[in-house]
Design a protein around this ligand. Sequence first.
Ligand code: GLA
Length: 409
Amino acid sequence: MFGQQLCLVTLLLSVATVFSLDNGLALTPPMGWLSWERFRCNTDCVNDPDNCISERLFMQMADHMASDGYKDVGYEYINIDDCWMSKERDENGRLQADPKRFPSGIKKLADYIHSKGLKLGIYEDFGTKTCGGFPGSKFYMSIDAQTFADWGVDFLKLDGCYSNTDDMTVGYPLMGFFLNHTGRPFLYSCSWPAYVGKPDYQSIAKHCNIWRNYKDVQDSWDSVSGIIKYYGDDAQKFAEIARPGQFNDPDMLIVGDFGLSEDQQRVQMGMWAIMTAPLIMSVDLRNVKPFAKQLLTNKRIIAVNQDPMGIQGRRIWQVSNVDYWMKPIQPNGSYAFAFINFNTNGVQKKINLSLNYLHLTDPAGYNITETFTGKFLGVYKPTAYLHTLVNPTGIFMATAVPLSVYGRY
Ligand code: GLA
């Protein structure tokens, strides 16, 4: 008996230390859609059939993702969040989708989503219950990983409610191990650091493709600006961990929902690109205003986010309630940069600074292009001054490509 226990402990410890996820996925930040922020735990399909968590909702989102131009610019995953399950496992201990809301079952839904050239993500929890109170994976990890693989799922978000956080060091890697063991590639999204006080980011990055590490995004400027501040402060030094295959996840894009002004939506989209964040929309794709749709599908912003080096941008200055952020991008020596004006006094902020201040010091100078519109602003030497006006709770974003790479545009 004691021998068996020792074996188990050795297996668990070796999974946590020796095993690494290394699944070749998320070489750039994943792009997709997730139900939570916009549709929450709405299970009332009788009174609210259009907005409840049901197979119909995910099929409709897949239709719009595939046909309205989102897939063409890189959005790929249709992800189910909490509240998809039946309250009970079946007689073999397997999870089952709520039979009323998902009458065809998840496998059929996965087939449908794959037929659109998209991928399906699902949600579970590391503890005894999901945050919404549905069956958790504790004691069922291996069987749940196999169930998801049998259904043809491509992405797992593993949340951390109702759990003992001390178990996460071993438990999150263990679920990754079981996912790998199925032989099906799963993009693995861990909520692990969001639940522990001092996350071991080295280990998290070895075992997860993306990881939530801060509060849930809500449909408000307070929430979005709070996340940007947390990422700018980077008190736990998580920015340096990001690279192809492993990215910090500041949570969903709420562009196109109710709470942000147009300027604030531009801030979120631009900053999620600079922060090299997963671009996971949570919006009703059946009904997106033209402004938001254009923003969500802006190829220049997406290119900054999807830069193949996968380096996370950093805040380099904070002066008079204005943030200055930089992200290295290709070609070599180039940067995307952004100024965000957090002032709410109603006047545009005049920014007037030489490129030197942004550490853009190549003596040959830089081609500067505004990112949202693609407007070429000119060639600037390091000592030249860039003048811009930034709206209250707005953003200016541009790229700087050294002349030494392409010459003058
Ligand atoms: C937690 C997560 C959210 C969402 C809900 C679902 O709050 O952080 O992203 O998954 O649970 O209940």
